[in-house]
Design a protein around this ligand. Sequence first.
Ligand code: SAJ
Length: 420
Amino acid sequence: MSKICVLGQGYIGLPTALLFANNGCEVVGIDVNKHVVDTLKAGKMPFEETGFQELLDGAISRKTFRAESFVEEADVFLVAVPTPFDSEMRMADLRYVISACEMIVPHLRKDNLVIIESTIPPNTCDKQVKQILEKSGLKMCEDFYVSHCPERAIPGNTLREMVYNDRVIGGVDEKSTQLTADLYVSFVKGNLHLTTSTTAEMIKLMENTFRDVNIALANEFTQIADDYNINVWEAIEIANKHPRVNILKPGPGVGGHCIAIDPWFLTENANNSSLIMMSRQINDSMPQYVLKMVKEMLAGIENPTITVFGVAYKGDIADTRATPAKKFIKLAEKEGFRVKIYDPFVEEWSYPILGLEEAVEGSDCIVVLTDHSEFSSMEPEIFTRKMRRLNIVDTRSIINKKIWKKVGYTIRLIGTSGQK
Ligand code: SAJ
């Protein structure tokens, strides 16, 4: 039975650790956050998603998982710590990956395997990870092995995607790749694609950049559609019927901790990346575009109040990391709008989250920023009497227009110009 130390017990590290622990490995989950370790020691998950608690219960009953604060000797070390974005330098901030590798050094032994799941720029395994781990006195590819096995599971459906998605496994040499593949085959039901560590690093960043560029295109189509007074949602839907076209959805901008950030990791050391940079700029400018629409709608109103529906970065989750809602709200406040917020998933945020009735009280316009499914079936009659004026801007094309119109709302949908 292989013993694995998983460094980082967050949204990726913990479920990965538990999947290994339920599939024949002895796992030690390491985290520098004492609260996370204590919660796990008490048999509870520090955060919840479908299937997580059952997985923890399974590992506890098998006696194959324990949480600790310090790294210890093992056969395999798996690094799944965050890679924040250094917004000043516009590059990957590798401080946690570096510190995790440094924690491994004193415990590194001959024939150990070190796997990096954290998102890292191309060449990181070959250069920085090697340099740090060789401080142990051992040599990479002779005494120990290293690979990159990027996490690619979507928040909200993590467990299913971890098990059923294909996996990319890139070693610094063939032995590293094979050792890593032998390990992941224990729980991955998708195909394993074997390659080099630098290619694997690039693949992960390419996937998220592809999505960012595609969304930027949808957002640009949205603004062009306004000029021609057509409905971009209808146009995209029909264009996507073509067997070789798949345009993503427009919206108020791209949030989350991956898609808006990974393009910068990919291009931080590249010479030619103008398309990728331009896409970032387009997506980052969407909050201004939405605000312009709100301003047009509420022109001439004294002390305008707006209600934001949804501040999570995407639908049906409570995650607000890098949400475009924040920029929209800050810009709206600068323009003199009073902003109230309703989100059925988010409980705490840097702005107060209100109950539905309180959030719409005295409001002149609802601005839907997140595609929570609750918004698609909402019955506005229940709270409409609390509103001061009946306006709604939908940036996700999620509301049931017929129902809102019947109650008397003036509706604006991004990418439809003045069309109702
Ligand atoms: N968005 C749009 N239009 C769309 C799709 C998304 O505006 O058509 C917006 C969302 O509202 C959100 C942002 O893009 O603000 C990102 O959402 P997402 O669902 O595209 O992606 P993430 O960030 O939740 O997860 C991505 C996934 N990557 C890919 O699908 C290629 C996931 O598989 C990765 O594991 C994850 O990044 C990661 O950790 O890298």
